[in-house]
Design a protein around this ligand. Sequence first.
Ligand SMILES: *Cc1c(COP(=O)(O)O)cnc(C)c1O
Length: 366
Amino acid sequence: MYKMMTPGPTQVKENVRLARARECGNPDLDEAFFDFYKETCELISQLLHTQNETLILGGEGILGLEAACASLTEPGDRALVLDNGIFGEGFADFVSLYGGIPEMYTVDGKNPIDVQALEKFLEKNHDYKYATLVHCDTPSGILNDIGTLCPLLKKYGILTVVDAVSSMFGEEVRVDDSEIDIVCGGSQKAVSAPPGLTFVTVSADAKKAMAERKTPIASFYANLQIFEGYYEKKWFPYTMPISDIYGLRAAMENIAADKGMLARHAKIAKECRELLTEAGIKLYLQSGFSSTVTVFDVPEGTTAQEILDIMRKERHILLAGSFGSLAGKVVRIGHMGSNANEKDMAETMEALLQTLKKLGVELKGR
Ligand SMILES: *Cc1c(COP(=O)(O)O)cnc(C)c1O
């Protein structure tokens, strides 16, 4: 086995793995499981600082993004797609798939979305049903200021869908303060449960938009409205993955008990960037570094694959390359959730610098 230091999936703690081994009831018939599901949802809402209802869906992160778009989009609806990264851009596909018209707001991918520039744009263009944006766009590690961007969009009556899959719990997400209508999370990033689940928080305004639709939601599995009244009716739209939800609950309880989690992420991320910069390795971003992942340019004279291979085969540490336009150009260190501990990071960084040296990269001070 190797040490997983990827930006998702992340290391899964033993108590989460054991929780998944609990005896299984029938989640469709066991009334106690409806309570367990609802209480787990309430814990997630609490951890995201919101009164909004959380729904856990049986499918990994992407299902949450698709469900948000499927549930809000009617044919012909306009959606503003804020794009400064690969996941940001990708939202356009979900808008189109459900008959919406995505309008791209594409900006520089090495810095966070500029609030003032967006404000200027919105003064003239604001006829959108909703906007999509990404908190941490993981392939580059860029962190957008959802706390300012979402209230600004909301001021123009635009609903917001935020992908916070790889940021939440490593970066603060305050749903109510930020007026986010739908925030999407996943089990396999800083939550540190295995892949398999997504969860979304849904605001009253988002529910109203769904209730006022003239056409039905063009999906069953990605339909958020279908959960309406599940608890009162003791009815789930499909059989819930009960063991996954037991694991998720344990992971959420770990987070609730870990008061230093955000500060630890910030410290580890800062140390990671400093160590690389001091060694003369160039970070991919100019500003807007997420505390959950660090992305650096592949130094001249070597390749991403060589770095990843030596780290995995000789050091038994798994780092990640990237994809899309960043494939082969950068390497990513995922220091989120359980990965974000001083011991694993110290080991990873030492192994990484030695690996780079072995590959002939000249490092400052080494
Ligand atoms: C991981 C991730 C998702 C979930 O999708 P994957 O299938 O794991 O790629 C969604 N959004 C972001 C920003 C992510 O990092």
